[in-house]
Design a protein around this ligand. Structure first.
Ligand code: NAP
Ligand code: ZN
Length: 346
């Protein structure tokens, strides 16, 4: 058993503290990873704050993990010590249901095992990446392309795949007009990936404060949603809208920006229900959909795509002592565009 150093939180209003957690002995298919970097996703904050319901504390969040394999179980074939690897939002699934067999393990009919705040097949609570080590079954470990640094790779494991998957599924590409709502961690990845897929990308942000960055990430246009004429001007424009906003917004207003047969996909996960005026859907055969991370095969495809296209997130590397402040800054949308914890500071 490995005792990992970690940063844990004991309740919705508590600060992070140093902790030690046990990582299980390696089963035959397990991989022991020395974590080097862990991204801070807004989902970590929703979970730590109990936004989505009750959580078992102490909680060690973190599902954007990049590190190095240090040991493998006796029957591991995919990885060896020294490999550069990542772990995302899930660490296991049943492997047998229809969705798992189709490589959509995130939609496992028995429920995937989340990297933290879940329960693994041994009945133990899972604890995430704000820690120095993790043990994961090899099928849920990803390979990081050689040309992507580990710190920049970490956010791809959630922000990258969560935006790549719907862009891929809804066929973002040449000739398609894609709008990204909210330019935070997920949003800025959506811009970069959609642009690399060949789509014409627009950003819909509250203000124009981040416009220069958005254009640099590959957007062709950048609009402020707080400006009164934006929605009128853009009515019926986009084939696909990816909504990454972590709070409740006026969905019907955004649906009005879709073309005939256009789709708006929600990846943002606010606690409050969102309201939809059906007339903004039925008049133009529009869809309102949701999407959750991506399967393991697609996550590897996304990593390789990012490697080939030189796509990396814009990150701010922080020490473990800065997690509470980083959470405050994410909540204030004061992040450019992902905080990544250097786990050597844990
Ligand atoms: P983030 O970095 O905080 O970005 C969210 C962005 O939303 C902000 O940058 C801001 O963009 C916009 N925003 C925030 N509050 C707003 C408000 N009150 N009204 C309008 N816009 C607002 O968060 P993230 O890490 O990208 O995560 C975004 C959401 O996706 C979270 O809810 C998270 O839990 C969820 N998520 C879902 C999945 C999935 O599988 N579906 C995976 C990961 C994360 P502007 O400043 O540009 O306006
Ligand atoms: Zn996440």
């Amino acid at each position: 058993m490995v005792i990992a150093k970690a940063r844990a939180v004991d309740g919705p209003d508590k600060s992070f503290r140093a902790a030690e957690i046990e990582r299980r002995d390696l089963d035959v298919h397990d991989v022991l990873i020395e974590i080097k970097y862990a991204g801070i996703c807004h989902s970590d904050i929703h979970t730590a704050h109990g936004d989505w319901g009750e959580v078992k504390y102490p909680l060690v969040p973190g599902h954007e993990i990049a590190g190095i394999v240090t040991e493998v179980g006796s029957e591991v074939t995919k990885y060896k010590a020294g490999d550069r690897v990542g772990v995302g939002c899930m660490v296991d699934s049943c492997g047998e249901c229809k969705n798992c067999r189709e490589g959509e393990e995130q939609y496992c009919l028995k429920g995937n095992v989340p990297t933290y705040a879940g329960v693994d097949k041994y009945g133990e609570p899972t604890q995430g990446g704000y820690s120095t080590h993790i043990v994961v079954t090899e099928d849920f470990v990803l390979r990081i392309p050689d040309n992507i640094e580990l710190d920049a790779a970490a956010p791809l494991l959630c922000a990258g795949i969560t935006t790549y998957s719907p862009l891929n599924h809804w066929n973002a590409g040449p000739g398609k007009k894609v709008a990204v709502v909210g330019m935070g961690g997920l949003g800025h990845m959506a811009v970069k990936i959609a642009h690399a897929m060949g789509a014409e990308v627009s950003v819909l942000s509250r203000t124009l404060n981040k416009k220069e960055d958005g254009l640099e990430f590959g957007a062709e246009a950048y609009y402020a949603t707080t400006e009164p004429d934006t929605f009128e001007k853009l009515a019926g424009t986009f084939d696909l809208i990816i909504n990454t906003v972590s709070a409740k917004i006026d969905i019907s207003a955004y649906l009005s920006l879709l073309t005939l047969d256009g789709a708006m996909v929600n990846v943002g996960a606010p606690a409050e229900p969102l309201e939809v005026n059906v007339f903004s859907l039925i008049g133009h055969r529009r869809s309102f959909a949701g999407s959750m991370i991506g399967g393991i095969r697609e996550t590897q495809e996304m990593l390789d795509f990012c490697g080939e296209h030189g796509i990396v997130p814009k990150i701010e590397v922080i020490s473990a002592d800065y997690i509470d402040e980083a959470y405050e800054r994410v909540l204030a949308s004061d992040v450019k565009y992902r905080f990544v914890i250097d786990t050597s500071t844990i």
